[in-house]
Design a binder for this molecule. Structure first.
Ligand code: PLP
Length: 356
C-alpha cells in the first residue's frame, strides 16, 4: 500500500481511480487466473478508488470489484433490468414503483463499481443530464408521494453545491416527509464525508442508507466517516447484498452487522442478489438466505439483524422473506407474493451450468 492511497482529498481519490488492468497490476499482484479472466470490454465500467484498492488483499472484496469474464455469461432467468424499473420510469430520473415513495436516480456515476450491480444497464454509462426540472415537477404534482429515495449511481459523488440545490428544491415540496439517500461512499470513499457535507445533510434532515457487504470494509476511515455522520444527527441504516462466497456465512454476517451497529448504523436490509445478467456466480439460493437469517435470530442482538428481502423480479417491490413456507417452487422458478398479493417469479439457480 502506498501512502497516497489514503490521500484525504476526495477529489484526488476520484481523479486517481484505477480503471484499467495495467493500473491495477501496478497496485496489486493478481493471480494468473484473475489476469487471464479480466474481460476485454465490460458492460459495467471498471473503477476502484485508490482507498478501496487497499482492501483488495481481501479475496472477498476483490471478487466484488475486479471484473471477470464470468460476468459475461448470461444464465436462464437473468435480465438486463431485473426489477422492471424501466416500466416504472415516469421521467428521465424517476422510478415510481410503490404508491407513496419514489426512487430518484440523480447520477449514473459511482466512484467504485460493484460487479453485481442491479443497474449495470445504466450505471457508469453516459453522463447523466443534470436537469431535474421534469422530475421535481412530477414530485410536486403527485401529493401521494411522501418519501423520496435518492440513488443512482452514487448521489454522494455530486458536489455539495449540487446536492444543496437539489435538496432545497425537494424540501420546498410540502407533502414530502422523508428524504433518503442510498450510497456506498462511506465504504469506498470515506474522505467524501466532510464536516461541510455532514452539516448539509443534517440541515435537510436526510436519512442515509449505506451499502456495506463485508466486515473488512469497516476500516478506521469508514468507521470515522459513519461516526461523523452519526454525530451530526444523521440517521444511518445499511443495505447488504447477500453474495456467494463473499458474505454468505453466519460468522461473516454477524461480524458485519455488529460492526455496523458499533458505528451507529442499523442493519436494514439483507437483499437477495438480483438476477441481473452475469450474476449467477454471485447468487446464493434463497433457501440458504433463509437459513442464514434464521441462524441469526436469537443468537445475536435483534438490533443487529436486518430484514431479509427479495426485490421481486419484474417490479413487484421488496418482499420480506421470513420462512420457507412463503415460497413455492414451480418448475425453474420460485413463486413469491408481494404486498399487493400479486405473484412474482424469482429464477432458481441452474442445477448444472446451463448457459443461454
Ligand atoms: C427499494 C426501493 C424503494 C424503497 O423501499 P423501502 O422498502 O421503503 O426501503 C423505493 N422505490 C424503489 C423503486 C425501490 O427499489
Amino acid at each position: 500500500m502506498t501512502l497516497s492511497a489514503l490521500n484525504p482529498d476526495w477529489k484526488w481519490q476520484l481523479n486517481h481511480r484505477i480503471t484499467s488492468l495495467d493500473q491495477l497490476k501496478k497496485q496489486f499482484n493478481l493471480s494468473k487466473e484473475e489476469e487471464a479472466h479480466f474481460p476485454k470490454n465490460q458492460t459495467l465500467p471498471f473503477a476502484i478508488t485508490p482507498y478501496y484498492a487497499t482492501l483488495l488483499h481481501h479475496c472477498a472484496i476483490r471478487k466484488t470489484v475486479v471484473p471477470s469474464t464470468i460476468e459475461t455469461i448470461k444464465t436462464k432467468g437473468e435480465r438486463a433490468d431485473p426489477l422492471g424499473e424501466e416500466a416504472h420510469r415516469v421521467t428521465p430520473h424517476l422510478i415510481h414503483t410503490y404508491p407513496d415513495k419514489i426512487l430518484f436516480l440523480v447520477t449514473s456515476f459511482c466512484s467504485t463499481y460493484c460487479r453485481y450491480c442491479t443497474r449495470a444497464r445504466i450505471t457508469g454509462k453516459e453522463c447523466t443530464p443534470s436537469d431535474y426540472v421534469a422530475s421535481i415537477e412530477y414530485i410536486q404534482t403527485h401529493p401521494e408521494i411522501r418519501d423520496v429515495l435518492i440513488s443512482g449511481g452514487d448521489p454522494l459523488t455530486l458536489s455539495d453545491a449540487q446536492l444543496d440545490t437539489l435538496l432545497r428544491q425537494l424540501r420546498t415540496i410540502p407533502h414530502i416527509r422523508t428524504i433518503r439517500m442510498g450510497s456506498k461512499i462511506p465504504a469506498v470513499l470515506p474522505m467524501r464525508i466532510t464536516p461541510n457535507l455532514c452539516s448539509l445533510l443534517r440541515r435537510h434532515r436526510i436519512w442515509l442508507s449505506l451499502h456495506f457487504i463485508h466486515p473488512a470494509e469497516l476500516t478506521p476511515q469508514s468507521r470515522t466517516a459513519c461516526q461523523m455522520l452519526s454525530d451530526s444527527g444523521i440517521g444511518l441504516v445499511s443495505q447488504t447484498v447477500l453474495l456467494k462466497g463473499i458474505n454468505d456465512t453466519t460468522d461473516t454476517l454477524t461480524d458485519l452487522f455488529y460492526g455496523l451497529l458499533e458505528s451507529n448504523v442499523k442493519p436494514y436490509y439483507l437483499l437477495q442478489c438480483d438476477p441481473v445478467f452475469g450474476s449467477s456466480h454471485f447468487r446464493t439460493s434463497v433457501k440458504k438466505g433463509i437459513h442464514l437469517i434464521q441462524s441469526l435470530h436469537g443468537r445475536i442482538s435483534g438490533l443487529a439483524i436486518p430484514q431479509y428481502v427479495i426485490d421481486a423480479p419484474g417490479g413487484g417491490g421488496k418482499i420480506p422473506i421470513l420462512s420457507e413456507k412463503q415460497i413455492t417452487q414451480k418448475g425453474d422458478h420460485l413463486l413469491l407474493k408481494n404486498y399487493e398479493g400479486k405473484t412474482y417469479r424469482y429464477p432458481l439457480l441452474p442445477q448444472k451450468n446451463s448457459v443461454h
